[in-house]
Design a protein around this ligand. Sequence first.
Ligand code: ARG
Ligand code: ZN
Length: 876
Amino acid sequence: MSDPQATYLSDYRPPAYRVTHADLTFDLDPATTRVKARLHLARHPEREPGEPLVLDGEGLSLKAISLDGEPLEADEYAVDDKHLTVHRVPEAFHLDTEVEIAPEANTALEGLYLSNGMYCTQCEAEGFRRITFYPDRPDVMATFSTTVIGGTGEPVLLSNGNPVERGELPGGRHFVTWEDPHPKPSYLFALVAGDLKKVEDAFTTASGREVTLQIWVEEENLDKTDHAMASLKRAMRWDEQAYGREYDLDLFMIVAVNDFNMGAMENKGLNIFNSAAVLTHPHTATDAAFQRVESIVAHEYFHNWSGNRVTCRDWFQLSLKEGFTVFRDQCFSADTNSPAVKRIEDVAFFRTAQFAEDAGPTAHPVRPDHYIEIGNFYTLTIYEKGAEVVRMLANLVGEAAFRRGSDRYFERFDGQAVTIEDFVDCMAEASGLDLSQFMHWYSLSGTPEIDAFGEYDYAKAEYRLILRQRTPATPDQLDKQPLHIPVRLGLVGTKSGRDLPLTLDGETLGSDAVIHLREAEQEFLFTDVSEAPVPSLLRGFSAPVKLRFPYGREDLAFLLANDSDGFNRWDAGQRLAMLALDDLIAAHRNGVEKVMDPRVTEAFRGLLEGEPEDRAVLAEMITLPSEAYIAEQQPLVDVDAIHAAREFMRRGLATALRDDFLRVYRENQDDSPYAPTPEQIARRSLKNVALAYLMAIEDEDGVQLAREQFEADHNMTDVRHALTLLTHSSRDELSEPALKAFGEKWAHDPLVMDQWFAIQVSRPQPDVLERVKFLMQHPAFSLKNPNKVRALIGTFAGQNRVNFHRIDGAGYRLLADTVIELNRLNPEIAARLITPLTRWARFDEERQELMKGELERIRAEELSPNVYEVVEKALA
Ligand code: ARG
Ligand code: ZN
């Protein structure tokens, strides 16, 4: 087999032929589904006449082919493992093909497959070519008519658009024909068939149109759709108000499926969801899951405009729809929940996971310039960094111009497949700003670093701020240009504790302003600064960069107590904890006694004993940086030292502040019926953080409370948290009975069993690897189900750092074995699972060798393009 080839952005050409309309008929059968396609094609005006027609197709068995009604002779076309070529075609014509596919054999979960006996599809990015021969690229947009034929096992037959005809057929079969009037790329095609039940609701759009809303699930899940439905309606209203975008069909459907590679998919009028991203019930889903469902439902709905009505010209533009849509769902969640906490959570995740991606061998720009397998590019960089770039744009141009720009974008490009330039041009036109330097954000990989220095001149009442930017080299790019970086900041007076008025170059800017860093080094001189300030920099994380400033610990404690920006208050606390953790890590490595920095303890005491304005923010502020985040900050990752240092600090805080934690726990207990409201969620998270501290020292009151909370069985947030704490304790008599009871109670519910798996394999005890292996044999586990793989293997390798990085290499071996097996079953999931091994360069030599050894072992296999691309980059 030859090595997979890369596709380059610079090679883009419009398609030789466009499809104006596609007429499909599916005769469903698990082993032999027949797909008939009539494609109406015409030469693209920008391409020369006389070119052959080349359609994509993989794993299809061609049964019949004719052109304008005439069957083609064997020498008039050719089929290989990737394409169907018709050598001579007219300017405009229709092509009929008939193929056979086997949904039951499809374990990759791309194209048409079976999940729990139900037919469903996943076509983004290139799954449609596994269904029928087609120009499977997003710049080919066609209207679709789809007839689905099923049997008695499939009473429900769904596709995109509106149902226009249905009827009975001989042999107990029946059909439904769907018509989607909106031209769409093939990646938005969807089909679902099975024994599904629906929950129905309605929405009246701003202009008064009635839309029917349906959520389709398996019968036993009918009681788990309320929250998704409510979220959908909120999202529909929000998009009308925030962006002036209305829904455009009479019917909007969501379907929940158990086997799904990602979170969800925005197929036109028929969104298909991983059941984990749609089903909730107070007894089966945590607050975090409720919030995740809300944001994913909104995300997929928002794609109806940012993605579907205006789509991507090619897959290099993926962030055009994903970055923008993530930004939209983040703003929606901020509006419906606590905005400060939403930002803190998003940034905490971003700085851990995206920064790590940007610093590793698979680093790539928000708009990559080449790929081997596009399925590998549904990344944190495309999604989350893409959203940060849109957020910077929104902040640069301002709210009103951003809205004018987005209106312009949706109106000008409606029904078209466009590029990132088209989007940014609309923003430049609407604001009058020159965004040419800003465009580098899309082509640079790696995380920019800013080194900041400040100096206060008391006599002149001046504050001089110097900012230096540089982006370290990444494997794909060695030289980096300076970026246009918006830095939001304030100067907090050390006497008053207030934001001081800002005057820069004679211009008054208010007390919270954005300065523009464009040069490699730039100086900003603030005048009329009446008292010595501590600078509060990069407020709200105004740019996706690493910012260093030589803060002393007193400065950080001061900002933690006084900064007017909630996000930076939290960040000051994280920075303070990081400085203290650095000392503890060094002490651990040098084998000297660890000593707790009293400034951290006192800062936390101040927070706990102060008046809680926002409990959700407080919960974040008293949470220490994660081991993964701490690791991100170290030049060389010492997993054991990091774990020991963090545990030492947790126990130190718990011992010193035991009574405060106990009081906070009690004050925030709440027996009212569960609701996923911001107020209740805030109380639960604060209470549960407090309980975690008490359990860190296995305080007897704490143990008692954890047991009670588990047994009270009030809601999954509390139960799962208590079970996690009991499971992670060092005492088997606490963990084992609780795990057993929980596992038996929920054996019938796959989504709860996922949580049961994840809880057990995240425990720090050294026997956990054996437990992972044992659980892989559990009847509820299956390598074919991505949620199970993520819950068990993903959690172990991604979150249980001390055990995954065991010095005997057994953790690495287990991961590589799993990747090798999944490479054959589900290449997309296999490629994702490798991630922790690709980060080998961050570890000591012994571990580096072990990790590389496992990568080599994977490389020796016959690899899917997905796994091949990741392993080659990791070993380059
Ligand atoms: N567009 C989908 C979303 O962002 C994700 C599709 C991912 N597909 C894939 N093959 N990785 O909601
Ligand atoms: Zn998306």
